[in-house]
Design a protein around this ligand. Structure first.
Ligand code: CP
Length: 334
């Protein structure tokens, strides 16, 4: 006798009248280990569920640029037999209004309350990439834009990166770590801040911290950054946090490199702090660590050619794993 498999995504209340499944955060996942396994199973057999999404449509809405997320999600949907439509909402759509009770006599042409239900009628699953303002922390951290789509579209929503989190990236990152970790081993994982030339969101770092903290496959988890770059504690609690990068790197198995702007002095960047750039010399104190980055990366600013082009770099594999991460999540929602 066949029993139904347990659902790997939780059902959440969107408003008092209805519940849906969504994928916006580690908190939406019932079993992270099994979701990673599901993604790895798709990597081993990409077309095993080619009919699962037949006659279903998935919409990808982008409010900012993307290479990996945009293409990997399309490939994933195709592997499940779905039709995909991509819409560059920031360039091609009407400017959306999100304000409750707004008198729309300014630049906005269409309210989210009108646009989202229309999109919900066109698609079976809606995927959205938004971006933080980096000027209004309360608004960014309330996920105002993503939550408005979830509330009004009436369909399962997948975050393709939001103001504060990047869950498909984190799922691919956990796949990559799992693939490079011997069975039953518990790796030491370090997230380190790196220099950059412009203010970047905190979302990749927040998300990586949230997923690693929620995952039972890790050993020690250490976050290291200059004192001004502390992340929101909701995501980091459970990790060891230090401002001494050299100490953090000792015996690390994986080093995740990422820049982010300040959370407390919101969106601010300070002097470039080139001494925080990782080097082969610094890696000598690790346990032969592999290095990770979500891409795109500013070469020789955030991370040098010497490491990116070396055998310890997993960045291409991380990006490749985005397909299977997306495929596992879409499959669950189907
Ligand atoms: N890592 C990532 O999300 O890349 P893109 O911005 O190119 O999608």
């Amino acid at each position: 006798m066949l029993y139904p498999l347990p659902a790997l995504l939780k059902e959440t209340a969107v408003c008092s009248s209805h519940k849906i499944k969504k994928f916006t955060s580690a908190e939406d996942v019932a079993d992270i280990r099994m979701l990673v396994k599901k993604a790895l199973d798709y990597k081993a057999a990409p077309l095993k569920d080619i009919t699962r999404g037949q006659h279903r449509k998935i919409g990808l809405l982008f409010f900012n640029p993307s290479l990996r997320t945009r293409i990997s999600t399309q490939v994933a949907a195709r592997n499940l037999g779905m039709e995909t439509i991509v819409f560059n909402a920031d360039k091609e759509g009407w400017q959306l209004e999100f304000g409750e009770g707004a008198v729309m006599n300014g630049r906005t042409s269409e309210h989210i309350k009108d646009a989202a239900p229309v999109l919900g009628n066109y698609f079976d699953i809606l995927c959205i990439r938004t971006f933080p303002s980096l000027t209004n922390r309360e608004e960014d951290y309330s996920e105002h834009y993503l939550n408005a789509f979830i509330r009004y579209c009436g369909r399962p929503v997948i975050s393709l990166e939001s103001a504060t989190l990047h869950p498909l990236q984190s799922l691919a990152d956990l796949m990559t770590i799992t693939e490079h970790t011997p069975d039953a081993a518990k790796p030491k994982i370090v997230l380190t801040w790196a220099p950059h030339v412009k203010p970047l969101p905190q979302c990749v770092a927040n998300s990586f911290a949230q997923w690693i903290n929620a995952w039972d496959g890790k050993g020690e988890f250490v976050i290291t950054h200059p004192p001004q770059y502390a992340l929101e504690e909701t995501f980091t609690k459970g990790a060891v946090i230090t401002h001494n990068q050299e100490d953090a790197l000792k015996d690390a198995d994986f080093v995740y490199i990422k820049n982010w702007s300040a959370y407390h002095d919101y969106g601010k960047i300070y002097e470039q702090k080139t001494s925080w750039m990782l080097s082969p010399e610094k890696l000598k104190h690790t346990n032969g660590a592999s290095i990770m980055h979500c891409l795109p990366v500013r070469r020789n600013i955030e991370l040098g050619d010497d490491l990116l082009d070396s055998s310890c770099s997993l960045v291409t594999q991380q990006a490749a794993n985005r397909v299977w991460a997306a495929q596992a999540v879409i499959s669950e929602l189907l």
